[in-house]
Structure formats: structure tokens, C-alpha cells
Design a protein around this ligand. Structure first.
Ligand code: SAH
Length: 370
């Protein structure tokens, strides 16, 4: 007799159910199934999205037994804070979170005089493999759920509301999907999270869609889909090179969707949503920072509703690349301006705590290698 070996893939445990994964209707149904009046779903939602609490002790409008039952069933702690590290006089805070299955992810809170921005992860790790990005080096661990993405923002909102961030009590004004992961490769969860962010209370957090930015390597079909959602979030395209030859190496998905296709999708997105598209361009010394490339980029973008964000490269462990020389950066800006393209150089907030663009790699010890 021959034994037949069948490969059974390990089944991933699913995160516990959370109300942020559910529409208002689904929350009411879930509450009813627990034997409670459907309006309790609204109360519970207000606690989470308005008062930013999941603590039964703070829910005095609910009978004690009800609170415990509802919180256990619908407001489980999805993310546990492992550590918080700060810089910029504590106005930049990077949080390392552990999910229910031990997965580690990071988010960054940046407080400015007039606003606060949360940079969130949409995946644990990333499968896009851009060679200059720390997250890309370890590959993709898994997609995050809608509620896990929202929980990062709620965590930041809670810290601001309680006055735990210097500058007095505040709220989250901006959310950027620029942490770990490729948001459009986790489309369903990300669009769910975007809805929870922009929906007014009690459905969601009530953040303005203008304050939300989805950043992508350029997954063309998903950009098209996003344009059809009717939520005018800002689209940021990580271009990093104006020519396919170089972009094929810096953003490997370019071998699938070329610069022209990505930009066409971006312009269509802009036309549909009336939003100015952001082009992200990490300036890498002697790699993509030549004046002729600035010129080429300027010609591609000129006359469009666009804004270029130049990001001085944050060197990541083991990488041979570094940021451009100041004079090359200035020349690059000047060339773009010559073509009438709006351009700014991104500040490097969070650099010392490996919390800047492309540095999020969920290193639990916080030590930088290399
Ligand atoms: N996957 C999404 C979100 C990634 S992070 C995307 O690619 O757009 C957000 C931005 O930081 C992207 O533009 C990304 O290319 C950039 N980035 C990644 N690593 C970087 C680094 N080491 N220095 C500067 N910017 C970096």
C-alpha cells in the first residue's frame, strides 16, 4: 500500500470580529444576534469612533452586563502596543504594534503646529520589493484587516485626545497610507478602512476625505477601481523614476505597468475626483537625481494637476544608496519649477527613530542593523 501525501496548507487564524470591520447595518445585526437591541450598535460605535474608547468601564450609557458582552464580542483589542519611540520633542511617535497572531506592524504619528498626521500600515511587510525600502526587504507577511488599519488611527487619535502628545489636546486631521505595505494590493480592507475613516460618527471617525492619502507603487487596475469609489482621497504615486529602464529596477512592478500607463491612470483618477495627484520621488544620489531626469519628469508632468513630493532617500540598513547631494536636490527642484510643476521637498520627520518614509520594518528591538 502506498500512502498518499496530501499537502494541506496551514490555515491562518482569523482576527477576532471587530465592529470596525462591519457596516452600520451589520453591526446592528451582530448586536441583535447577541440578544441586544439594535440601537446598542450605535452606542457602541460612538464609544469607539467618538470617544475613542473600548473600555466597558467608560460606557455608562449601557447596562453593565450588556457592556461586557458587547465589548467582548465586538470591540476586542486587535493591536497591543509593544513600544513607542519618539523624536522631534515627542511630536513624532512611532508605535510598534503586535496583532492577535504575533504579527508586528508600525504606525507613525506626526504632530505639526496646525495638524496631526497618522502614517499607517496596510500590510505586515510588503510584496513589492522596492530595493531602497526597508519594508520591502523582508517580503509580505500578511494583509491587515480593515479594523487593524483603523485601530492604528484610533490609537493615534486617542493619544491626541488625551493630551499625550505635546501641543495640547488634538485630533487626527490626516491619514496617509505610507507605512508598511502596498495599500492597493490589499484593496478590500483598505477601502473599508478609508470608509471608516471618512464616514461620520457613529459609522466612522469623520476625517475629511481630503485629509486621506493612498500611496501606491502604481497598480493600474486598482487605481481605476479607487477612482470609481466616489471618495475623493488623494492619490500618491510612487514614481521615483521618469523612465522605464530605471523604474523597472527601483519599483519592480513597473515591469508589469509602465510609467505611461501609471501616469495615465493617475490623470484619470485626478479628472474623476478633481483631486491633485501627488507624485512621490525619493532622491537617490547618482541613481535618479540627474538634471536630465528632472527634465524628463518635468515634461511628463507639465500642465497636469499634480504636485511632486521629493523625498530625500532615507538610507536603510545594508543599502548602498544614500540621499542626493544638496546641490543636486536644488537643481532637481529648479528643473521641475522651470516646467511649471509644483514641487516640495518632504521633511525627514522620524528619521532618528527609523520612523521616516520607507524605514518601517517592525524591528522589535528598535536597534538599527548594518
Ligand atoms: N507601497 C506604497 C506605500 C509605501 S511608503 C507606495 O509605494 O507608495 C510611502 C513612500 O515612501 C513611497 O513613495 C515609498 O516609495 C517611499 N519610500 C520607501 N522607502 C524609502 C526610503 N528609504 N527613503 C525615502 N522614501 C522611501
Amino acid at each position: 500500500m502506498s500512502a498518499q501525501l496530501t499537502f494541506i496548507p496551514p490555515r491562518r487564524p482569523k482576527p477576532p470580529r471587530h465592529l470596525a470591520d462591519l457596516s452600520m447595518e451589520e453591526r446592528r445585526t451582530a448586536v441583535a444576534e447577541l440578544g441586544e437591541k439594535p440601537f446598542r450598535a450605535d452606542q457602541l460605535s460612538r464609544h469607539y469612533f467618538d470617544r475613542l474608547t473600548a473600555d466597558p468601564a467608560e460606557m455608562s450609557d449601557l447596562p453593565a452586563v450588556t457592556r461586557d458582552r458587547l465589548v467582548t464580542a465586538l470591540l476586542p483589542d486587535l493591536l497591543t502596543r509593544v513600544r513607542v519611540i519618539s523624536c522631534d520633542d515627542d511630536t513624532t511617535q512611532k508605535t510598534l504594534w503586535r496583532a492577535f497572531d504575533g504579527t508586528l506592524i508600525e504606525s507613525v504619528l506626526m504632530r505639526y503646529p496646525d495638524r496631526a498626521t497618522m502614517c499607517v500600515s496596510s500590510q505586515a511587510g510588503c510584496g513589492m520589493n522596492c530595493p531602497f525600502c526597508a519594508t520591502g526587504q523582508a517580503g509580505l507577511t500578511r494583509n491587515l484587516t480593515t479594523a487593524e488599519i483603523v485601530a492604528q488611527v484610533v490609537g493615534g487619535a486617542r493619544a491626541l485626545a488625551r493630551g499625550d502628545v505635546p501641543g495640547g489636546r488634538g485630533r487626527v486631521n490626516n491619514v496617509v497610507f505610507m507605512g508598511m505595505g502596498e495599500p492597493l494590493a490589499n484593496y478590500k480592507a483598505v477601502i473599508g478602512a478609508v470608509r471608516r475613516l471618512v464616514d461620520p460618527s457613529p459609522q466612522g471617525l469623520g476625517i475629511s476625505a481630503r485629509g486621506v492619502t493612498v500611496s501606491t507603487v502604481g497598480l493600474v487596475p486598482a487605481i481605476g477601481k479607487l477612482a470609481e469609489e466616489g471618495i475623493p482621497v488623494t492619490l500618491a504615486v510612487s514614481l521615483h523614476a521618469p523612465d522605464d529602464e530605471l523604474r523597472d529596477t527601483l519599483v519592480p512592478i513597473n515591469t508589469r505597468w509602465k510609467v505611461d500607463e501609471v501616469l495615465d491612470a493617475a490623470w484619470a483618477y485626478g479628472a474623476k475626483t478633481k483631486r491633485r495627484v501627488s507624485i512621490e520621488y525619493a532622491l537617490i544620489r547618482d541613481v535618479n537625481d540627474q538634471e536630465w531626469r528632472a527634465d524628463l519628469l518635468g515634461r511628463l508632468l507639465k500642465g497636469r494637476l499634480v504636485h511632486v513630493n521629493l523625498i530625500p532617500l532615507n538610507p536603510t540598513p545594508g543599502s548602498k544608496w544614500t540621499a542626493s547631494r544638496p546641490e543636486d536636490e536644488r537643481a532637481f527642484v529648479r528643473r521641475l519649477e522651470f516646467h511649471g510643476v509644483a514641487v516640495t521637498v518632504r521633511d525627514t520627520r522620524g528619521r532618528e527613530i527609523d520612523g521616516a518614509c520607507g524605514q518601517l520594518a517592525a524591528n522589535p528591538t528598535g536597534a538599527s542593523e548594518g
